[in-house]
Design a binder for this molecule. Structure first.
Ligand code: DLL
Length: 434
């Protein structure tokens, strides 16, 4: 089913005309209402009138996370606070979070866009949907909540944590759809098993995942574990939250709500715009946001845009699964390594579980990479020889993919702490560069 056929299946020329009209309005609004943008545009010698085509967006400067932080909390708002009816904030691990506001119309748009992504993933009004994202400043739970409500599904706002209770609720309420981070739902599956319940025996048929990077192999693992279809959904607080794009069930890639967001791919080093089909950093301009519009926001997420029409009937361009973040990319002795590459290798090897951690440190002047991974119960024989052979196998496979030789440490089942939200996979102990 298609939630909003008019906008999701628009003729591309018509869509681009709509984008251009909205982009012009947005540039004028921020120039008039947000002193930060006026100063930024002036410093770059551009005015909103310089935009005649969509490509002209490249004349305008980028917005970075630093700009959002520096203007904490309300400096980038384009409406007075009395028009803001909700605040959310990003899950920054250090320093101040970044704050985003929503007007009543922004919330309306948000629910509509989430209704689109849940419908394209296959949610129907008969579904019982358990939301295991944390309710709070994080956009994940509230974003999904109101979109799902619009579709008419029965929502179980379980929030994160209390894993055994979550399983009890799933069983008693007949949950058919799970919403959460891949890492937490993996943990829920393990919890069910430890309670003597086979997750495939529950009624869960669909998972709406997002909020963290995950691999194709992790998707397969989750699908097998729960007997469900698992879909990928991407978004970020700075531009709205979930609802920016999500997968349909027909073909790969996440449909972008292009009538509300202009998405570009740029070279992360030079900032130069890249053509469709080339991999680079995702840059997003909001086209309809009232409270917190952002211009050319550097997401640091790495992906590719596929503009081909999808067999599902939607005409919107699709974003490939996020490969990682430019700031998550590890540079180990000069070699670029994404945690997702390591995850893909690990998940293909029999005897190891999907629970792993990547530790980077320095020995003298040299960087070294250690991959710690839990063994499965079956592979945990206690035989030293078996252990050594498995470690060596993992090391060789990782070396073939990464071109560096990591240290591999096998751990007992259940020894890595389980995440409750976004998983923390990388521990970088190297001294920070000044
Ligand atoms: O994670 C919004 C969201 C919530 C999306 C629920 C989907 C579902 P933030 O907390 O601001 O917002 O974090 C945004 O998380 O820049 C990506 O690095 C990462 N991220 C989000 N979705 C995905 C995904 C929400 N599907 C940051 N795949 C983004 C990979 C993702 N990374």
């Amino acid at each position: 089913m298609i939630w909003d056929r008019k906008h999701e299946c628009m003729d591309r020329e018509e869509l681009q005309a709509l984008q251009l009209e909205r982009l012009k309005e947005t540039l004028h609004r921020v120039y008039r209402r947000v002193p930060y943008y006026r100063r930024l545009f002036d410093a770059h010698g551009v005015v909103p009138e310089d935009l005649h085509t969509l490509e002209d967006i490249q004349k305008f400067p980028f917005t970075t996370k630093a700009a959002l932080r520096d203007n904490y909390p309300y400096g980038l708002f384009a409406v007075p606070l009395k028009e803001v009816v909700r605040l959310h904030a990003s899950s920054g691990t250090t320093g101040k979070p970044i704050v985003v506001g929503y007007t009543r119309r922004d919330l309306e748009t948000w629910s509509e866009l989430v209704a689109r992504i849940v419908t394209q993933a296959g949610v129907i009004s008969e579904d019982v949907v358990q939301i295991t994202f944390g309710y709070g400043l994080f956009t994940g739970a509230f974003g999904l909540h109101y979109g799902l409500e619009r579709v008419g599904a029965t929502i179980v706002p379980a929030s994160v944590g209390n894993s055994e209770k979550q399983i009890m609720l799933m069983k008693d309420f007949g949950t058919t759809v799970l919403v959460g981070t891949p890492s937490y739902v993996l943990h829920l599956g393990e919890t069910a098993r430890s309670m003597g319940i086979d997750p495939t025996g529950l009624k869960v048929r669909l998972g709406l995942f997002g909020a963290e990077a995950w691999s194709e192999e992790m998707r397969r693992e989750l699908e097998k574990m729960w007997g469900m279809k698992a879909t990928d959904n991407y978004g970020l607080s700075e531009v709205m939250g979930p609802g920016v794009c999500g997968e349909c069930t027909v073909a790969p890639g996440m449909h972008i709500a292009e009538d509300h967001f202009l998405v570009e791919i740029v070279d992360p080093e030079t900032g130069e715009a890249l053509d469709y089909g080339r991999e680079g950093e995702v840059v997003i301009t909001t086209l309809t946001k009232e409270a917190c519009p952002v211009i050319r926001y550097r997401t640091r997420d790495i992906s590719v845009i596929n503009p081909e029409p999808c067999p599902c009937g939607r005409t919107t361009a699709r974003l490939r699964r996020i490969a990682g973040r430019t700031d998550d990319m590890l540079i180990i002795s000069g070699v670029n390594v994404f945690p997702s590459q390591i995850e893909s290798v690990l998940m293909e090897i029999k005897g190891v579980s999907p629970h792993y951690q990547i530790v980077v440190d320095k020995k003298g002047y040299l960087d070294y990479l250690e991959v710690q991974v839990e063994m499965t119960e079956e592979a945990f024989t206690g035989s030293f020889k078996d252990l050594e052979a498995l470690e060596e196998k993992i090391r060789r496979r990782l070396q073939a993919v990464l071109s560096i030789s990591p240290r591999v440490r096998l751990l007992e089942p259940h020894s890595i702490e389980r995440s409750q939200g976004k998983a923390k996979r990388v521990i970088d102990r190297r001294p920070k560069k000044q």
